[in-house]
Every structure is written in structure tokens, then in C-alpha cells.
Ligand binder design. Structure first.
Ligand SMILES: NC(=O)c1ccc[n+]([C@@H]2O[C@H](COP(=O)([O-])OP(=O)(O)OC[C@H]3O[C@@H](n4cnc5c(N)ncnc54)[C@H](O)[C@@H]3O)[C@@H](O)[C@H]2O)c1
Ligand SMILES: O=C(O)[C@H](O)[C@H](O)COP(=O)(O)O
Length: 378
């Protein structure tokens, strides 16, 4: 059995070699000859999986170690009898931590407290739902927009997108990319929406580039609208509009989900799915794969205020690091993908052990996802 895996998928060789011969290949594009004798294909979001790629091949299973699935024609896979699995939620924590890193940076730069802001979350799934919980734990008001969940009658105070646009200081997009249909998200943030944002609003897109109309956004910014913008994803990728990058406050190379934990979860989820597909179900515990975090322990004295939180968040991950890297190479052929391939190791907040002498601070940090404990000061 031959299993092709994207070379940007940590732990794939280690895990999939339990099931067959593994070959790691680039994902954009996948070398066509490698597909000739492959039984299974494990991809990331950069590989378009469709009839053009797989018709006439012997591939019987496709896994994508990603949350988004817009790069996969799952309808065609189903009718071709090819098994398919994605990795829902694998990197949701990473995206949430990216959003916090960006918001806390903007708060410090522009001198505002996050707790004074209303955050509108569009798409309240694995990412948006976790973001809501962490924001609300800090007492930050959130407004939610998720028409599919609202239409299914799910619990939650779901509002119309227009209401979020009118009321929110921050709009953050976490929807799938749907190019058509009742819940179309292609250009959900179109020119009209962008022009209606409150003065001083912050727009964040960490889902898929085309959810925000990038040409309209560029026009809006060029006209001097009072808007701060954080873009992790671009329309198109990898050839983003360098002029747009110059206008945004933070711009990164589609790495919001790139914690080691997030990527490893993606690999283990598709490994478990393929094992089950082969009739050999097995589970993998993440901590048997991951190395111990390099940065171990910190002590926090007193209550957790926003500046202490910012310090902890940026100690684990400061989004300015990735913004600077992208600005250095943007527009150079191949560099967007190279940045992503050689991404510096990044861990989640849970990797930081925080010793607090304040019991409330310890409880709140634990709720936020840090590995926090309370030790009264002696
Ligand atoms: N930048 C990154 O590295 C990164 C990482 C993870 C996910 N993503 C992207 O973010 C998306 C969301 O991730 P997730 O894990 O939360 O997915 P998810 O499927 O768990 O949640 C998506 C939510 O969006 C809602 N939704 C669908 N259509 C909508 C619409 N028209 N308006 C508002 N809400 C709508 C869905 O009902 C769902 O609740 C993924 O599809 C993926 O494309 C990007
Ligand atoms: O949908 C996702 O999970 C993310 O966008 C994904 O992790 C992006 O990384 P890639 O798959 O392109 O390496």
C-alpha cells in the first residue's frame, strides 16, 4: 500500500508508515507521476482535489489535515467511490490565539481596552465558538452571526450580519468558503459592507481570502476609510496583492492555524479516519507525538489585567513576527509557500505553565486555555 502525504504535514511519516509505504510530496502542485500507484492521498488546503487530479487513478481515500474543505470536490469523490475525511476543529485553538494576538497588539498600539469593544463573530463553529468563549470569559461583549445554525434552530443569540456591521467595533470572519448556495460566503464582506463599518472598526479575516472582497477592501483603504485590517488569508493565494498588504495593519501568510498542536491534530485526525476506513481503527494521543514546549514556566503576581494578558499571549505567540516575515518576501515568486513550509515552531497557550499568586487570575487563565495554577505568595 502506498500513501502519499503532503510534505507540510508533521508526524505523517511516523503515523502513516504503520499502514503502508509513505511518500511525502509537495502539495502545490502534487507531482502527477506520484499519483500513479498511490492508494491514498493526504493533503492540506493548497491541493485542489477533484476529477482532474484523480480520475483514472487508483486512489481510494483522500484525507485533508485541515478544517476547510473548499479545495476538495467531495461530491465527485463520493460518486467516484473514494473515501474522504477532513480534520474539523484541528486548528481552531490556533486561530483563536492568532486573533487574540492581533487584537491585543492593536489595543496596545491604538490605546484601547479590549473590554471596551464589541466583537462580532461571523461563523460560530469550531473557531468562532471557541473565540466567543474566551472573549466572554474576559467580559468582552460578543455578537454572533451564523445563519445555518440559526436556521437549524440551534441555541444561541444569532443576529443578522447587518446588525453586527452596525454595532460592532471588531468584525472577525470564521466561515467556510461557499461559492454559491443559500449560505454563500464568497465576498460576504463586499464593498457595501466594508463602507458601512463603524469608523475605527477592526476587520479580521482568518478563514478564506475570498470571503472578503480584496479589491473592494483595497479601494476602501485607499480612499482613507478609518479601518484597521488583519488578513491571514488572501484573494488570491499564493499571489496576494502586494499593494493591499501595504495598506493592512497585519498581514500573514495563511498561518493562523499553524501551531504545532493544530497541525499535529490535523495529521492524527486523518490518520485515525484512514485507519478506520481500512478496518483497523486506532487512536493517537497527541502528547505521545509532541515535544515538550521549549519555554516552560512563568510567575504572575497579582490580578490578570489586560497588559498582563497581552504579555503572556505575546510570549507564546506574537503575530508581528509573521507579519514582518511576509512583508519581507511578498511579491517574490514561491516565497508565500516557502514561508509556510518553513514555519517556525509555534505552540498553543496551553504550553505555558503560569504560576499565579492570585486565585482569580489562575482560574481565568485556565479558562482561557493556559496551563495555570494558583500558589499563594509566601
Ligand atoms: N487561516 C487558517 O489557518 C484557518 C484555520 C482553520 C480554519 N480556517 C477556515 O476557517 C473556516 C472556519 O473554521 P471552523 O473550524 O470554525 O469551521 P466550522 O465548520 O467548525 O465552522 C464554520 C461555521 O460557519 C458557519 N457558517 C456557514 N455559512 C455561514 C454564513 N454564510 N454566514 C455566517 N456563518 C456561516 C457554519 O454554520 C459554522 O458554524 C474553515 O472553513 C476554514 O476555511 C482557516
Ligand atoms: O482550513 C484550514 O485548516 C487551514 O486553512 C489550513 O490549516 C491552512 O494550512 P494549509 O492546509 O494550507 O497548510
Amino acid at each position: 500500500m502506498k500513501i502519499l502525504v503532503d510534505e507540510n504535514m508533521p508526524y505523517a511519516r511516523e503515523l502513516f508508515s504503520r499502514l503502508g509505504d509513505v511518500r511525502a510530496v509537495p502539495g502545490r502542485p502534487v507531482p502527477v507521476e506520484a499519483l500513479d500507484d498511490a492508494d491514498a492521498l493526504m493533503v492540506r488546503s493548497v491541493t485542489k482535489v477533484n476529477e482532474a487530479l484523480l480520475a483514472g487513478k487508483r486512489v481510494k481515500f483522500v484525507g485533508t489535515a485541515t478544517a476547510g474543505t473548499d479545495h476538495v470536490d467531495d461530491g465527485w469523490l463520493a460518486q467516484a467511490g473514494i473515501g474522504f475525511s477532513a480534520a474539523p476543529g484541528c486548528n481552531a485553538i490556533a486561530v483563536v490565539e492568532y486573533v487574540f494576538s492581533a487584537l491585543l497588539m492593536l489595543g496596545e498600539r491604538d490605546s484601547f481596552a479590549l473590554t471596551d469593544r464589541t466583537v462580532g463573530i461571523i461563523g460560530v463553529g469550531n473557531v468562532g465558538g471557541r473565540l466567543q468563549k474566551r472573549l466572554e470569559a474576559l467580559g468582552i461583549r460578543t455578537l454572533l452571526c451564523d445563519p445555518p445554525r440559526a436556521d437549524r434552530g440551534e441555541a444561541g443569540d444569532f443576529r443578522a450580519l447587518d446588525e453586527l456591521v452596525a454595532e460592532c467595533d471588531v468584525l472577525t470572519f470564521h466561515t467556510p468558503l461557499f461559492k454559491e448556495g443559500p449560505y454563500k460566503t464568497l465576498h460576504l464582506a463586499d464593498e457595501s459592507l466594508l463602507r458601512r463599518l463603524k469608523p475605527g472598526a477592526i476587520l479580521i479575516n482568518a478563514c478564506r481570502g475570498p470571503v472578503v472582497d480584496n479589491a473592494a477592501l483595497k479601494r476602501t483603504l485607499e480612499e482613507g476609510h478609518d479601518l484597521s485590517v488583519v488578513l491571514d488569508v488572501w484573494e488570491p493565494e499564493p499571489d496576494l496583492d502586494v499593494e493591499l498588504l501595504k495598506l493592512v495593519d497585519l498581514g500573514t501568510a495563511h498561518i493562523a492555524g499553524y501551531t504545532l498542536e493544530g497541525k499535529a491534530r490535523g495529521t492524527t485526525q486523518v490518520f485515525e479516519a484512514y485507519s478506520a476506513f481500512l478496518g483497523q481503527p486506532q487512536q493517537v494521543a497527541l502528547d505521545t507525538l509532541l515535544p515538550a514546549p521549549e519555554f516552560g514556566r512563568i510567575t504572575l503576581h497579582g490580578p490578570l489585567d489586560e497588559s498582563a494578558l497581552k504579555r503572556l499571549v505575546h510570549l507564546v505567540y506574537d503575530v508581528r513576527r509573521d507579519d514582518a516575515l511576509l512583508r519581507k518576501v511578498a511579491g517574490m515568486p514561491g516565497e508565500f509557500d516557502r514561508l509556510r513550509k518553513h514555519y517556525l515552531e509555534r505552540r498553543e497557550w496551553s504550553s505555558l505553565y503560569v504560576i499565579c499568586d492570585d486565585a482569580d487570575a489562575a482560574a481565568l487563565l485556565s479558562k482561557l486555555g493556559f496551563n495555570a495554577v494558583h500558589h499563594p505568595a509566601r
